[in-house]
Design a protein around this ligand. Structure first.
Ligand code: ZN
Length: 408
């Protein structure tokens, strides 16, 4: 006989609290109890109880009441209380490692980044150093009476759900059980691919207070392209990152744009990354090779050459541009998602170049008569993957608020 599952009162309350919190976070304008009741479908009485619980635990506070133009009581906007709940984001990338601490209200509490060339760096050393940095930071957060909801770690490679790093080629790391690091165990870190984390940073209200007009809405669908030495990507549909069966989806840097193209380090020929990756463009221009080709100076020399009209560098750039267009067209055709957000070195494109790319993609997609392509570049977020990792940590609180509140 199938067991009847009783709905536990606490489960229901936890679920409702999560819905209310989500609704507050996703709205760029503060909502009142009545507005929250209306948008969540919960009764005013239930809403009143839930909001009281959030206020008692200092997660939410009341703003200045607004006197409405029409009849009725003044409505009191509810605001996320800063200084209460935070999430820790960490990132290890080819150009360094560090962390950020985000408040539930969306503000940055602390940030530290160690700039370093991490090619063939020892994982034990990097994780050890990050651990020491964070122990100091956690002490401060506890003194400030913060609740650390959780933490995320963005890595430039394939990471499984059970915290196994399969490979991060540009770091030279392979087959690492992340659980062996005390840092990962202590903070119960959620590890993931940097592009997936960066995509999350573009979803307003995912786990912190939404502010102003975002590039997309909280339930937006878009293709995120992360461009650095490696090129990665993420597909976001209706506000959710499509991670695939193992967490590996969205690796658009290894879509081949030419079957007899140059050999990519992944073993295939003609991958996007072999044309448009930062190191590939520098090497293909003959500016530098190997490790020297990954420096910021090498990239600046390439950018200057392109701007000055150097014929070799212009050709390398145009080939890379074509590869970007070809890949975006394929992904749009495959997913029927028509908004593209580009982060990393290609986000430096001028408005004119973005428009040229958009027009090329628009002309080439199958649905060109029906669908309008949008291409945007992430400029105001310095390290979106780091922010996304912190949001993944904060999301634990939003998904399961009662668990944290009961610990208080
Ligand atoms: Zn490849």
């Amino acid at each position: 006989m199938a067991a009847l599952k009783r709905i536990n009162q606490d489960d229901l309350r936890n679920h409702n609290l999560s819905v209310v919190l989500s609704q507050i976070l996703r709205s760029a304008n503060p909502l009142s109890r009545a507005e929250l009741a209306k948008s969540t479908g919960l009764t005013k009485a239930t809403m009143s109880l839930l909001v009281s619980l959030l206020i008692d635990h200092r997660v939410v506070k009341e703003g200045v009441p607004l006197v409405q133009a029409v009849y009725g009581r003044p409505s009191t906007p509810l605001i996320i209380n800063e200084g209460r709940v935070c999430g820790i984001g960490m990132q290890i990338n080819t150009d360094g490692y560090g962390y950020v601490v985000l408040d539930l209200d969306g503000s940055t509490i602390a940030e530290r980044w160690v700039a370093a060339d991490l090619h063939d760096a020892h994982a034990d050393e990097i994780f050890g150093d990050l651990d020491a940095m964070l122990l100091e930071q956690e002490k401060i957060l506890h003194e400030q009476d913060y609740v650390i909801a959780g933490s995320g770690l963005a890595l430039p490679g394939l990471v499984t759900d059970d915290r196994h790093l399969i490979v991060a080629r540009n770091l030279g790391w392979e087959n690492i059980d992340l659980m062996k690091f005390p840092l990962v165990q202590r903070l119960d870190v959620v590890a993931g691919n940097e592009s997936n984390m960066a995509a999350i940073a573009h979803l307003p209200g995912y786990a912190s207070q939404a502010k102003g007009e975002g590039m997309v809405g909280p339930d937006g669908s878009f293709i995120y392209i992360s461009t650095d030495i490696g090129i990665g990507g993420a597909i976001v549909r209706d506000g959710k990152v499509v991670i695939g069966n193992n967490g590996f989806a969205g690796e658009l840097g290894h879509l081949s744009v030419q079957m007899d193209g140059p050999l990519c380090h992944c073993g295939r020929h003609g991958c996007l990354e072999a044309y448009a990756g930062r190191r590939s463009m520098v090497e293909n221009s003959g500016i530098a090779m190997g490790d020297d080709a990954t420096s910021q100076e090498a990239l600046e020399a390439f950018a200057k050459g392109v701007a000055d009209g150097d014929p070799v560098m212009r050709e390398v750039y145009e080939n890379a541009f074509d590869a970007m267009v070809s890949t975006i067209v394929s992904v749009v055709n495959l997913t029927d998602v028509s908004t593209v957000i580009i982060g990393g070195c290609w986000s430096r494109m001028t408005a004119g170049e973005i428009e040229r790319m958009r027009m090329r993609v628009q002309q080439e997609i199958l649905s060109r008569d029906k669908v309008d392509i949008k291409i945007m570049c992430t400029r105001d977020m310095r390290r979106p993957a780091l922010i996304g990792a912190a949001l993944v940590g904060l999301r634990r609180f939003v998904d399961n608020p009662l668990h944290y509140l009961e610990q208080q």
